[in-house]
Design a protein around this ligand. Structure first.
Ligand code: NIG
Ligand code: FE
Length: 423
């Protein structure tokens, strides 16, 4: 077989291989790493991987790109399983309020927060939204992210939700980063439905969700289940109907208040419950029973000035599968850099480097329904690979705040070389 790319002599290869479902609890740190390894790529697939020197059967020729990874670490392309990619405008003006101590939910109540982004998003054209999101995708790719989930939820009417979801779908076709879309019309109640939340939910269920599904614009459906936003009852109604329409389920649960979103995720067998800073013990138990992945977003605690971070250790000890993501959005977490999240997860949530690597690769892939294709380095999987200029995975969280990427291979193609985009 023709080898298109051969990566050799890597000091570590984080294979994350050997488990065909999300890794739970202790499994998050077993057999993640292979010392001194190589990876061979043919077309868009991994066709060989091993330890030590490259065996003779792996035949290279003049056209093979040989990457010498001596002193470097090879990982699966990072999976950012929770982002709000497509939106208009930015919210740096909220920084002063935040520094004065005005809480996040109060900014939203005052008509700022998510609602100010809704205004900018409605005002932007589809192509303006695409250009902004494209720049973010470039930053993500340059930092080693090769697949993301992208939620809608800043349009909050039929026309603008469709505009955002179309933008994501077009970008998925145009940009090397793969995008899995989530419909999140229940992100906030828009101003035209102020005081009429029930009617807004019915509008989503009767008009928007069937239309998004018909147009095949989103695979998942998500709800912001939070005090003052959507209650557990609202979320149950919306997600139950979403499930019947064929959406897979996600839920923004127990981010700020312990409302019972995690319990609901377990009850509905959602694929993931996300945030979980204020989750209860019972919530964790229900998630375990329902095999719900815990998607943690420490960048949001950091940026919202919260002293509390999600209790990752309790979750791992309870045997849950944990994924980590940026939550990239203009309000609670304006960063595309998953490497920074890796550092926060270690330093603020006591996760080990192995657990963190597992959480941004194979578990992230399962959290967006792509665990069979990506998220680990094994023969037959897609060749989505990052070469980091670090001697081992411990170095990644340790040397924080900078970009360690040397090369990114997406679908078997070199797309980042020496931190420069070359696609
Ligand atoms: O995941 N929590 C709700 N939604 C986003 C924040 C969106 C915003 O502030 O614009 C989040 O944190
Ligand atoms: Fe979010």
């Amino acid at each position: 077989m023709k080898i298109d790319i051969l990566i050799k002599d890597a000091s570590q290869v984080a294979t994350c291989a050997g488990c065909d479902r999300p890794r739970r609890g202790k499994e998050m740190s077993y057999d993640i790493i292979m010392e001194d390894g190589w990876v061979a790529i043919s077309a868009d697939r991994i066709m060989g991987i091993g330890k030590g020197s490259v065996p003779r059967e792996i035949k290279t020729d003049d056209h093979t790109l040989v990457i010498d990874a001596m002193g470097k670490t090879v990982l699966p392309g990072l999976v950012d399983s929770h982002t709000h990619l497509v939106h208009g405008g930015s919210r740096e003006m909220e920084l002063a309020l935040k520094l004065e101590g005005v809480p996040y939910l109060e900014i939203l109540e005052r008509g700022g927060g998510i609602l100010s982004t809704v205004k900018s998003t409605r005002e932007a054209s589809e192509s303006q939204l695409m250009e902004k999101a494209r720049r973010s995708l470039d930053i993500m790719l340059a930092h080693g992210t090769t697949t993301i989930e992208a939620k809608s939820g800043y349009g909050l009417n039929l026309e603008d939700e469709l505009k955002c979801l179309r933008a994501a779908r077009k970008l998925d076709g145009q940009h090397p980063v793969d995008i899995v879309s989530t419909f999140m019309g229940a992100h906030a109640v828009p101003p035209e439905y102020d005081g009429k939340k029930e009617q807004y939910i019915d509008f989503l269920i009767q008009e928007v969700m069937p239309c998004v599904k018909r147009m095949d614009l989103a695979e998942f459906c998500d709800v912001f289940c939070e005090k003052g936003v959507f209650s557990v009852e609202d979320s149950r109604k919306l997600l139950t109907r979403a499930g019947e329409m064929g959406y897979k389920l996600k839920i923004h649960a127990d981010e700020i208040e312990s409302l019972g979103g995690a319990e609901l995720a377990g009850e509905l067998k959602a694929v993931s419950a996300e945030h979980l800073v204020a989750v209860s013990k019972k919530g964790l138990k229900r998630m375990k029973d329902g095999k719900v992945i815990a998607t943690l977003l420490p960048g949001t605690s950091f940026n919202l000035y919260m002293s509390k971070y999600a209790r990752a250790r309790d979750m791992i000890e309870a045997g849950l599968a944990v994924a980590l993501a940026t939550d990239y959005n203009p309000g609670s977490c304006p960063t595309e850099n998953l490497q920074f999240i890796i550092s926060l997860a270690c330093l603020k949530m006591n996760m080990t480097p192995e657990e963190v690597v597992c959480a941004v690769t194979i578990n992230g892939a399962h959290a967006i329904g792509r665990g069979k294709e990506i998220g680990s380095l094994e023969v037959g999987k897609k060749a989505d690979i990052v070469v980091m200029d670090v001697p081992n995975i411990d170095y990644l969280p340790y040397h924080f705040g900078i970009n360690h990427v040397d090369k990114v291979i997406k679908n078997g193609r070199l797309v980042v070389d020496g931190q420069r985009l070359v696609y």
